[in-house]
Design a protein around this ligand. Structure first.
Ligand SMILES: Cc1ncc(COP(=O)(O)O)c(C=O)c1O
Length: 400
């Protein structure tokens, strides 16, 4: 018998070698208590959270929590059914209305996760003989959506407008074309040149889907993302998003003005063949989305945090993913996995949690410490964070 697990041997060995150095397992952290969007207890210690994607700090918002509790009392703990059977409650319609209002779009379809939103929309709308042209650094859920569908997949170099244009021009005449982009790329925290890319896509007869998972709530005047900030939201055919970041719960969605959009509810398998979100989740999401519309002050403070942390880390001598802060994600480059894990552990011992990211999730085999800021981090906390990076960086030899 061939052991089906033998393909994982290289990863098992790499993991064992890392843990043999005595370092704490960076992929097995337990939050013993979560006190707020910015502080938790880990290993019995107060820990500042700098790796949660809770950009707008909505998880403990009193209105959001109250809405969830009320829905739990009024509608029970779950729907036990698909959206197209017994799984659509008034709360699901209300959160879709909140999304339509937030984006000022005609249609909104809520999925159980953002992963399923990409999986479902991409695999359903791009069929046999169509082409999906996507940035090579796209999220796993975008690649999995492509793998699940039957379209031809054409990747282009990250954020390269000319490369996109070249690929588009090579698509056979008359074929359907879907260009898939992200507003903010979550590994390096860099922003896409959507204005130019959307223009090039439209000039070449393609539809455009933009995943705004890491920009919703924060980027753009009303928090609608990079497409809003760059003035092209009207030209984007589909926006994909998640409730698991700025919205502060779980779920995913697609919004669109396409006149035939609603047919997706019958043909999109990751929407049809799975249970819908629990009533408490859609109630928290709807409340959160409505509050995000009027959160300009929080957006301003989050930009201040991002700028302060970026400048401070640079001054300490760390190499960062972007020259300027472009989003609420700041990626600190590590020379290799061993050093990255040591730095991650040293930060945790100081009382700071960040994400350790490594291949294959990262581009070009990089190891990164990904920091994601929250609008509720105070100026003092950002100062504390920089002090912890200085101490851990010196202790591990990452900086001198
Ligand atoms: C760009 C992007 N799209 C989609 C997703 C999936 O979101 P969810 O957590 O709702 O499945 C993520 C999550 O990490 C993401 O970064």
């Amino acid at each position: 018998m061939t052991d089906l697990f033998s393909k994982f041997d290289p990863l098992i060995e790499q993991r064992a070698a890392l843990l043999d150095t005595g370092v704490t397992d960076p992929f097995n952290l337990v939050m013993e208590k979560v006190e707020s969007p910015t502080v938790a207890i880990c290993n019995g210690r107060r820990t500042i959270l700098l790796g949660t994607y809770n950009y707008m700090g909505m998880t403990f918002d009193p209105d959001v929590v109250a809405a969830g509790k009320k829905a739990l009392d009024d509608f029970g703990s779950g729907t036990t059914g698909s959206r197209v059977l017994n799984g659509t409650y008034v709360g699901h319609k209300a959160v879709e209305q909140a999304l339509k209002d937030f984006y000022a779009m005609d249609h909104a379809m809520v999925f159980s996760t953002g992963y399923q939103a990409n999986l479902g929309v991409i695999s359903t709308i791009a069929g046999k003989d169509d082409y999906v042209i996507l940035d090579i650094d796209s999220h796993a859920s975008i690649y999995d959506g492509c793998a699940m569908g039957n379209a031809q997949i054409v990747p282009f170099r990250h954020n390269d407008i000319e490369a996109l244009e070249k690929r588009l021009k090579r698509v056979p005449e008359g074929a359907g074309k879907l260009v898939v982009l992200e507003g903010v790329y979550s590994m390096m925290g860099d922003v896409a040149p959507l204005k130019e890319m959307v223009a090039v896509s439209k000039a070449n007869g393609a539809m455009v889907l933009v995943d705004e998972a890491h920009s919703m709530g924060f980027i753009g005047e009303r928090g609608r993302g990079v497409a809003e900030a760059q003035g092209v939201i009207e030209d984007v055919d589909f926006i994909i998003g998640t409730f698991s970041k700025s919205v502060g719960t779980v779920g995913g969605f697609c919004v669109s003005n396409h006149p035939k959009f609603e047919i997706l509810r019958l043909v999109c398998r990751p929407y049809v063949f799975t249970a819908s979100l629990p009533p408490s989740v859609v109630a928290t999401a709807a409340t959160s989305i409505r509050k995000l519309m009027d959160s300009a002050d929080k957006r301003g403070h989050l930009w201040e945090n991002s700028k302060r942390l970026h400048a401070g880390l640079r001054q300490l001598g760390f190499t960062l993913g972007t020259d300027e802060p472009q989003s609420a994600i700041i990626a600190v480059m590590m020379p290799d996995l061993a050093k990255g894990a040591a730095m991650w552990e040293a930060l945790l011992n100081e009382g700071l949690y960040v994400n350790l990211a490594r291949p294959p999730a990262t581009p070009a085999g990089m190891t990164l410490l990904r920091c994601s800021l929250c609008a509720l981090h105070t100026e003092e906390q950002v100062g504390e964070i920089l002090g912890m990076f200085a101490a851990a960086g010196r202790a591990t030899g990452c900086i001198s």
